[in-house]
Design a protein. Sequence first.
Length: 351
Amino acid sequence: MCIVDAHEDIAYGALALGRDVRRSALETRRLEQSTDMPLREGLCTLGLPEWLEGHIAIICGTIFVEPSRPGHSTPCTYTTADEAHRLAQTQLDYYHRLADECEQIALIGGRAELDAALESWKGENPQVGIVPLMEGADPIREPTEVEMWFERGVRLVGLSWTTGSRYAGGDSAPGPLTDAGRALLEAMADLELILDVSHLAERAFFEAMDCFEGRVIASHANPRARVPGPRQLSDEMIRRLAERDGVIGIVLYNAFLRPGWSKDDPREAVTIADVAAAIDHVCQVVGDAAHVGLGSDFDGGFGAESIPAGMDTIADLGRIAPALGELGCGDEDIAAIMGGNWLRLLQEALP
């Protein structure tokens, strides 16, 4: 069974943290053990050997740059649209270079590349396919510029990050779509780009669902009914996404899986059964297993110490399948959740 993960912060990890995804996550941990990196960013969970071991066939690799905040700065922090643009271009360049230099990694821009990457898993030299996803649209300096990003390979765009953007409110900065946001959505629809509603403020979410005519997903978002808060999706938001044949990627961060969990708590307080329960909640709300998948958000500001007990690296995503079986999911539904739903959507939406 090939697995699809709709959200991994690969380029950020390479350019802001110096993590070479071509090496094992365990080797990265060894190299970082005498630094403050594990304390700041968590124990590394991503690496090419683990992708291959875990049959992680397709990944949405993010382009993520951080808006400037008091007391917080990284090599991927911006204060202006031009800075965001430049830094994001550097991350997209990284994905192109990674695919050019590593024969086991392919950049996915269309159905042909997607099919080729999947076909490779039937042979002795599987390729991990990466689909570029822009997390927060501030690098797009004006709506008409989105065509350039499309031509360079971006296939999914989220309008906002937590703190909001000039296009839309974010989950910690409530607000609507702006005029520029509505113009960007129109340009995205013309190019058949996929809209990622993760991190959108609720008002902006519903406005986007009403005015955007293209495909809509949530690459990494969990049910609010299980963990309250504006970062999660309400049942109504889940239903609206399902009505548009969208897919929701469940995040494997303990704080999004168990209410009140903090990094001071033992990781054993959250298990793979909690992941299965979050997935099952989406299935129960929409009445089927066709609109939920995985969006781990691994190495996105947390590490192995903050993921469910029984998991250590990205290679362990497959352990979710037996937990779904224990909840009564059949083999076809499990295969859909572990990758089939995302593949259906990408095969329909990619050029």
